[in-house]
Design a protein around this ligand. Structure first.
Ligand code: BES
Ligand code: ZN
Ligand code: ZN
Length: 529
């Protein structure tokens, strides 16, 4: 174990910066393909779950392909008695001269849709999972060009494969990296190829946004410092958005004492990113705010060392804001968005904030910092105050804020605290489409009392007891917001995937990027944004 860690560290040292950034460029977009390469083509076809042992319930594309192949696919599938169940696959070879493999994947029962208890569109989720499994199996077989059945929902199919094929192996040797795979939509039997291609592109862009979030979250904190985060965002977004990189002096001039109190323990300088996407003229933008703690040790209230490496993902809120902006701008949504990302490390040192210290936020409120590990709310306090200056029509913040939200909801859903029933309904609607769920949590005065009972200052940065930790954190943020349409998403529970979401590999999840993109898409249909 120790030996393998040493090996990794020495490899990282050997990589020079230009080498690493060349890899970013390659891997943050879709991979390049050499034209001289021998392509092994495969096809993914969908079938619905069907009890019958003498007929196959194909999707439209699959039925036409079977007809063209003189019923060979159905014959082969029916040679075994057991019908395919949802999520199961059969791989056939040498059934068509064009494809070395034809993989049949079961997308569940025909006509499945919104499930009220699960608050998810089951049909779309089954498609994502079924095509994800299919393309991964084909990659395993060495196939590198895969045509995928739209399965009746082209966008969901595109999302499933593009999310499944993501892997963060930028820092590994070539031979240990996952091979590149080219995927496309099987439009050959479609009546309206153009609209199918358009939907496929939308799904691919949604996945691309989430994959950027995942990549940023997965990157080790020695490589993804606040400064490097800003550089990558400039690279990724500069041609579509205005990106302003503010430094420590700027934050001081803005009186962001709460944000700076977290940054002061680290030798890495803090950065405050301000990004604007103007897909339409408006003087009331949608404001996005993301927690960007590039590493959270806990500071002087230091965390236990076991599992601390996961705290490289504590900039998940910032990453999801960046991923959302990438997709929103690529889709050219007619909407005005402004994003605010405070970035810093939370480190213990001789210059770090100490428990009991009192700091002053941008709005003049004083905060007694009784636990330096509750740093996310401190950096968000100033970012939320600052965002209010731009007359936003709504403020949505995302933060890997509390372990308590993980205890409450696990990876089942992001916790949402909002003062607006209307915003809640819209966000939930968006999440039903994306399959990346949200669950509403309370903003009761009960929790506000816990953080306003404070010995030395206006507010305490912790609630006094462990009970309702996610709610007291949200109540703290509420003290820095006046906007009537505020949504706070605590995404600590959904930060990483350990197998819960079938179409996301293990590791940092990039959740709930696609939900937020869908939400912005919904909001773009309202005139005032
Ligand atoms: N970054 C953590 C929260 C977190 C936990 C994110 C697990 C992802 C996975 C946050 O800064 C933190 O440490 N919160 C404390 C707050 C407590 C001291 C009041 C927590 O949740 O324990
Ligand atoms: Zn912390
Ligand atoms: Zn944190």
């Amino acid at each position: 174990m120790a030996a393998s860690i040493v090996k990794r560290v020495s490899r990282v040292k050997k990589l020079n910066v230009s080498h690493i950034s060349a890899r970013y460029k390659l891997l943050t977009g879709f991979r390049h393909f050499s034209t001289s390469k021998q392509w092994n083509k495969a096809l993914v076809l969908g079938v619905y779950e069907n009890e019958s042992t003498d007929s196959i319930d194909f999707t439209g594309t699959a039925r036409k392909f079977d007809e063209k192949a003189d019923g060979k696919i159905s014959q082969l599938l029916l040679t075994v008695k057991k019908p395919l169940k949802c999520g199961k696959t059969r791989t056939l070879h040498a059934v068509d001269p064009e494809f070395s493999s034809v993989l049949v994947t079961c997308i569940g029962k025909r006509g499945e849709g919104y499930d009220e208890l699960e608050t998810v569109d089951k049909g779309r989720e089954s498609i994502r999972a079924a095509v994800a499994k299919a393309v991964l199996q084909l990659r395993e077989l060495g196939e590198n060009e895969i045509e995928v059945d739209s399965c009746g929902d082209t966008e969901a199919s595109a999302e499933g494969c593009h999310l499944a094929l993501f892997s963060y192996d930028d820092l590994k040797a070539e031979k240990s990296r996952k091979p590149a795979v080219r995927i496309s939509c099987a439009t050959r039997y479609s009546q309206d190829k153009n609209s199918m291609e358009k939907e496929w592109r939308k799904g691919a862009i949604l996945a691309e946004g989430q994959n950027l979030s995942r990549r940023l979250m997965e990157m080790p904190a020695n490589l993804l410092t606040p400064t490097k985060f800003a550089e990558i965002i400039k690279e990724q977004l500069a041609d579509k958005c205005e990106v302003l990189v503010r430094d420590k002096d700027w934050a001081e001039s803005m009186k962001m004492g709460s944000f700076l109190s977290v940054a002061r323990g680290s030798v890495e300088p803090p950065v405050f990113l301000e990004i604007e996407y103007k897909g339409r003229q408006s003087d009331s933008p949608l404001a996005l705010v993301g927690k960007g703690v590039t590493f959270d040790t806990g500071g002087i209230s230091i965390k236990p060392s076991q599992g601390m490496d996961a705290m490289r993902g504590d900039m998940g809120g910032a990453a999801c804001v960046a991923g959302s902006l990438l997709s929103v701008s690529k889709l050219q949504l007619p909407v005005h968005v402004k994003a605010f990302i405070p970035l810093c490390e939370n480190m213990p040192s001789g210059s770090a904030t100490k428990p009991g210290d009192v700091v002053t936020a941008m709005n003049g409120k004083t905060i007694q910092v009784d636990n330096t590990d509750a740093e996310g709310r401190l950096i968000l306090a100033d970012a939320l105050c600052y965002s209010e200056q731009f007359n936003p029509s709504l403020i949505l913040d995302m933060a890997t804020l509390t372990g308590a939200i993980d205890v409450a909801l696990g990876a089942g859903a992001a916790g949402v605290f909002t003062n607006s029933e209307n915003m809640w309904n819209k966000l939930q609607k968006a999440s039903v489409r994306s399959g990346d769920r949200v669950w509403r949590m309370p903003l009761f005065n009960h929790y506000t009392k816990k953080i306003t009972e404070c010995q030395l200052a206006d507010l305490n940065n912790i609630g006094g007891s462990r009970s309702g930790g996610a709610c007291t954190a949200a109540a703290f943020l509420k003290e820095f917001v006046n906007n009537k349409n505020w949504l706070h998403l605590d995404i600590a529970g959904v930060m990483s995937n350990s197998g819960d979401v079938a179409y996301l590999g293990k590791g940092m999840s990039g959740r709930p990027t696609r939900t937020v993109i869908e939400f912005i898409n919904l909001m773009s249909k309202e005139t005032k944004n």
